[in-house]
Design a protein around this ligand. Sequence first.
Ligand SMILES: Nc1ncnc2c1ncn2[C@@H]1O[C@H](COP(=O)(O)OP(=O)(O)O)[C@@H](O)[C@H]1O
Ligand SMILES: [Mg+2]
Length: 350
Amino acid sequence: MSQFITNHDVTKALKEVIFFAKQNNIVDLGMIDDINIEGNNIKVSVVFPKLDDPAVGIVYNSIVKTLKAELGEEISVEVKPIAEKDKGLGPLSGVKNIVAVIAGKGGVGKSTVAANLAVSLSKTGKKVGILDADIMGPSVPIMFGVEDEQPGVIEREGKSIMVPLENHGVKILSLGFFVKPDQALMWRGSMINNAFNQLMKDAEWGDLDYLVIDMPPGTGDIQLTLAQSYNVKGTVLVTTPQKLATADVRRAAMMYRQDKLTIPLLGVVENMSYFTPDELPDKKFYIFGKGATDELARELEIPVLGRLPIKEKIVESGDGGIPVVLNNDNGLSNNFAEIAVNVEKEIEKL
Ligand SMILES: Nc1ncnc2c1ncn2[C@@H]1O[C@H](COP(=O)(O)OP(=O)(O)O)[C@@H](O)[C@H]1O
Ligand SMILES: [Mg+2]
C-alpha cells in the first residue's frame, strides 16, 4: 500500500469494474467523470447512459467492493452517478494529458523547460495549456509576456470560472496572478491547495491535448494534492548535471513514484548540460560535470528526454517574454522539439 492514495491508484482499481452492457471496464469506456480523494475518503462520479438502469446499482456496488479490496477496508467510498447528458461538465474533462514538470530545487530550469515544452507541443498543432503552480517563484507569466495582465472571470451556474490568458498559442494560468511571492510565505498549506485546485478545476481550460504544470520544486502540499486528486499522465524531471542537483530531484521523483509506480516518470531533462562558445561551435565544455544525470536515469529506469546547453539566449528569451523555441535561428528549438517528441513517445508507451 502507498503512504497515501492517489488518483492513479483509484483509476487502476476502477479498471477492474466492468460495465456489462458494453463489455468493457468503466475507465476505458470513459465513464469516470471525476475522482476526489481526501485522506481515506474517495468520491467517484460515474457517467451512465441512463440513471434508471439497473446496471447503475450493480456498477455502484462493484466500485465500492473493488476499491475497498484494492485500497483497504478502512477507506470510505462515495459514488455519484451522472446521466450521459450531463457528461463533460466535470472539471478538466476536456484535458487529455496532464504532464507535471518537477525538480528537486529551484533554479535548475524547470520553468524554462515547462514553458518551452508547452510552446514546442503547440507548434506541432497540439492544444496546450500551462499552469504555473510554483507559488514561491512563479515565472511563467514573465516567460510568456503576460505578467501585466489578469485572467478573465465568467459566471457559470452561480460559480466564478477563470478564463486563462493566451499567448504564443498556449493557455496560461499562474498562482502568481493571485499571490505575490512576498505574501506566499504567509500562506498556509490549505490555502495554497485551495488556490491550486481553483486554477485546475474552476478554470475554463476547454479541450487540451496537454496541460503542462510547472510544479514547485521539491516535495510539498501541492505535489501531494496533484498526485491525490488528479489523473496525472506523467512527470518530466528537470535537473542540472551536478551530483547535488540529481540527488535532490531523485527525492522529488520518489515521492511521485513511492513504493510502486504510481505516477509514471516519463524521463529526465538535463539542463545546463554543457557550454559551447560561439567561436568553437564543435566543442562541448561540461562545466557542471558529466554522468550524474545518466546515472540517475539508469537508477530510476527512465530515459533522458533531452539535454540543453547553457545559453545566454535562454535567459534573454525568458526575461523577454518570448520562449526561446520561437526563435528558430539559435539551434535550441531543435533541442526542445526533441524533448517534446520524446515526451509524447513516452506517453504513448504507457
Ligand atoms: N540552459 C540554460 N542556459 C542559460 N540559462 C538558463 C538555462 N536554463 C535556465 N536558465 C536561466 O536560469 C534561471 C532559472 O531558470 P528557471 O527556468 O526559472 O528555473 P526554475 O524554474 O527551476 O527555478 C533563469 O534566469 C533562466 O533563464
Ligand atoms: Mg520556476
